[in-house]
Design a protein around this ligand. Structure first.
Ligand code: UD1
Length: 339
């Protein structure tokens, strides 16, 4: 049984689908504080069987203890955590308490119950300001721009330390670039509450008529059209990266970190144009001031993922846009939609 903490979330749910489609048994531990229980029904429709679910706060030791006692956990994929960058600046203590609390709790329970493998949701945000894109995994990390980023980097260090102390352990730290897209079925996707912070969910909400226009944050960056460049990766490719990481954990010990990106960058305006082409819907936009904390270019070097995990991204920007649009079009109210 593979434990997916935060498995009802955007990346967790796509990874659950990928693993179940590969015949693995998964159990999702989630408190549904930022996800919908309807994800479980949708996963059943995609995979023809229902994932096991354990409703709990992952930082709650006694609740999670029951799960570890009851199930034979082979590996943990740890997605659970707070993820709003701006909010982390307002509520740093809550972010550290929750995100580090979940990681610490899991490592403690894994040691107590002899669970050897952990795969961790880290982020490209751990690379420091001196790192020059494309980022290779050996580049300097920190100082992070916000508590969210620090909580990822600190969790990486904590996991690394735990793996050193328990030589039988395997730990794979996955540094995600910018995940977008959705499962091609249109049944699961990203469903942020309130006004989206991130580019693609904002664009799809404009396309579906829920928001009037996109604000493009800055057009004076040193990039081909002046707007920010990011390494967007299809969430299904990201899910396949987790399956590859699980294979790695089953055949290796020690801790290692790998970027999950495509190595290809797109500007904000290139994404807008690709989305318009895929959906046939014009996206009105205005140029707005730069957003605090944004950097001009974020790009993965993907060689290590290929070498260590035997994994590369398969989907291009067309699929990412088409699948994001299918999800939003079929589910204008997200998981509240009867679909
Ligand atoms: C953000 C987080 C990052 C986190 C990731 C999770 C910040 C500073 N960074 O990455 O730490 O791991 O989300 O997915 O918040 N843009 C617009 N208009 C919008 C929204 C975005 O022009 O309404 C632009 C941004 O300026 C950027 C690009 O689109 O150039 C991508 O932005 P976004 O999707 O928010 O991701 P990141 O900021 O790269």
């Amino acid at each position: 049984m593979i434990l997916l903490t935060g498995g009802a979330g955007y990346i967790g749910s796509h990874t659950a689908a990928e693993l179940m489609e590969r015949g693995r048994d998964v159990i999702i531990a989630d408190d549904f504080s930022n996800s919908s229980p309807r994800v479980i029904d949708r996963l059943e429709r995609i995979c023809g069987r229902r994932p096991a679910v354990f409703e709990a706060d992952v930082s709650d030791h006694s609740a999670m203890e029951e799960l570890f006692r009851r199930e034979k956990i082979e590996a943990v994929i740890h997605f659970a955590g707070y993820k709003a960058v701006g909010e982390s600046v307002q509520k740093p203590v809550q972010y550290y308490k929750n995100n580090l609390g979940c990681t610490l709790n899991l490592l403690e329970l894994m040691a107590e119950h002899g669970v050897k493998s952990i795969i961790f949701s880290s982020s490209a945000t751990v690379y420091g300001p001196e790192a020059i894109p494309p980022y290779t995994e050996d580049m300097r990390t920190g100082p992070c721009a916000n508590p969210y980023g620090w909580s990822k980097l600190m969790s990486e260090e904590i996991i690394r330390g735990a793996a050193t102390a328990r030589p039988e352990m395997s730990a794979m730290l996955l540094r995600y670039f910018n995940p977008i897209g959705a499962h091609p079925s249109g049944l699961i996707g990203e469903d942020p509450s309130g006004i989206p912070n991130n580019l693609m969910p904002y664009i799809t909400k404009v396309a579906v008529g829920k928001l009037e226009r996109l604000n493009v944050f800055g057009d004076d960056y040193p990039t081909p059209d002046g707007t920010g460049v990011r390494d967007y990766i299809h969430v299904c490719d990201l899910a396949a990266g987790h399956a590859a990481a699980l294979d790695w954990c089953e055949t290796h010990t020690g801790a290692d970190m790998v970027n999950l990106g495509t190595g290809r960058g797109y500007t904000v305006l290139e994404v807008v144009r690709a989305f318009e082409k895929a959906s046939g819907i014009p996206i009105p936009y205005v140029i707005a001031p730069r957003r605090d904390g944004d950097i001009p270019v974020l790009l993965a070097d993907t060689k290590k993922a290929e070498r260590v995990l035997g994994w590369t991204a398969k989907h291009g920007i067309e699929d990412m846009c088409a699948d994001s649009w299918r999800w939003q079009k079929c589910n204008p109210e997200g998981y509240a939609t009867e679909y």
